[in-house]
Design a protein around this ligand. Structure first.
Ligand SMILES: NC(=O)c1ccc[n+]([C@@H]2O[C@H](COP(=O)([O-])OP(=O)(O)OC[C@H]3O[C@@H](n4cnc5c(N)ncnc54)[C@H](OP(=O)(O)O)[C@@H]3O)[C@@H](O)[C@H]2O)c1
Length: 347
């Protein structure tokens, strides 16, 4: 059994990790931390876990994290980079759901996250947690910086186009119009997340620059091995879970005859969690709710030179905790879908 610890067990990605790991046949939950709920039984805070998780929260300073085989950080940015060096030294593998180990350049990290990087020497070693792109590197990884929720939808949505030897679309002017449910902002008290503010409403935010932009461009350029330009505008949807990304790409004159449907189906033919839907489909967020699937559908209005890629995922599962469990499965040599075979909840 893999001994698992979770730092930040009271947040939304934390409770989602608990839901998935409590059903995982190869995992033993050893420690779950909270600074605010030290001593409280997990199932008291989350009755959904009654009878399935018998642990109590413990303060991170007291938790037996060094006894674990792997520790997940489901914490705000800045926490994992401070605590990972000691855990790695103790032989514990680390999977961070925050941004600490996603961006390779510490100056870019500081610019977007407003703090100097506390462990820049670990950035080179850290593997970016996007299994469909980095599966081989994940097998040997000690330290993983999981892909963000929007970045997962954008990278998996554009990857088949960018992975080609020659450009098929105008890679300098990709446009991503993305929408997320409010759980993407975490389980904290903020006026913008109140029911009376977020429900029955729809708006863009961070239009002049969102933190997921540098991470996504870095990832897209790693796939393409060429420079990529991206405009990314996130929106807040009045729902709890789910991301819907509408990705646009202008097809180059020399690529107008490309069978994009075939390209995507071939690229993802052996991926357990990426579903390329029939041409012209309109994927719905509820078709992936609480599941680790990401669904993609292609459109080419009027057969013209604009390719539209529709992508849906659950921000807390494929966009966070499910993908983190997928990465753990790869790191520990388990079948990649172990504990992740849940079907979406509908309606
Ligand atoms: N929500 C999403 O859809 C999503 C998707 C992908 C990635 N992420 C990333 O995943 C991370 C967690 O997100 P979330 O939405 O679960 O956040 P959240 O709901 O706000 O939860 C944060 C958790 O971290 C703990 N925590 C806060 N400061 C800490 C510290 N200094 N030391 C130790 N524990 C601390 C909190 O517990 P206590 O205060 O009780 O200790 C809480 O359990 C974030 O970095 C986020 O960007 C989130």
């Amino acid at each position: 059994m893999i001994k698992v610890g979770i730092v930040g067990g009271t947040g939304y990605t934390g409770v989602e990790l608990l839901r998935l790991l409590a059903q995982h046949p190869e995992v033993e939950l050893v420690a779950i931390t909270s600074r605010t709920e030290d001593g409280l039984p997990v199932a008291t805070l989350f009755p959904s876990l009654r009878g399935r998780v018998s642990l109590a929260f413990s303060d991170p300073a007291k938790a037996a994290l060094e006894r674990c085989d792997v520790v997940f950080f489901a914490t705000p940015h800045g926490v994992a980079m401070a605590q990972s060096p000691a855990l790695l030294k103790a032989g514990v593998r680390v999977i961070d759901l925050a941004a600490d180990f996603r961006i390779k350049d510490p100056e870019v990290f500081q610019k977007w996250y407003g703090m100097p990087h506390a462990a820049p020497d670990l950035l080179r070693e850290a593997v970016y947690g996007l299994p469909e792109v980095n599966r081989e590197a994940l097998r040997k990884a000690r330290l993983v910086g999981m892909a963000g929720c929007y970045p997962t939808s954008m990278q998996l949505g554009y990857a088949p186009l960018l992975a080609q030897a020659r450009a098929l679309v105008d890679e300098g002017h990709l446009v991503a119009d993305c929408k997320s449910g409010v759980s993407g902002a975490g389980r904290k008290a903020e006026i913008g997340n109140l029911l009376a503010e977020a429900s029955d409403n729809f708006k863009a935010y961070a239009v002049k620059g969102h933190r997921h932009l540098p991470e996504t461009v870095q990832g897209l350029e790693a796939i393409a091995r060429r420079p990529v330009g991206l405009t990314f505008v996130p929106h807040l949807l009045p729902m709890i879970r789910g991301i819907h990304s509408t990705l646009y790409a202008r097809i180059l004159p020399g690529a107008m005859d490309t069978d994009f449907q075939m390209l995507y189906e071939t690229h993802y033919a052996h991926e357990p969690f990426v579903d390329v839907m029939p041409p012209g489909s309109t994927p719905e967020t509820r078709s992936v709710r609480a599941s680790n699937y990401l669904r993609i559908a292609l459109h080419r209005p009027d057969g013209g030179d604009t390719l539209i890629v529709l992508v849906v995922e659950d921000n807390l599962v494929k966009g966070a905790s499910g993908q983190a469990v997928q990465a753990m499965n790869i790191m520990f040599g388990l079948p990649e879908d172990t504990g992740l075979r849940q079907i979406a909840v509908l309606p």
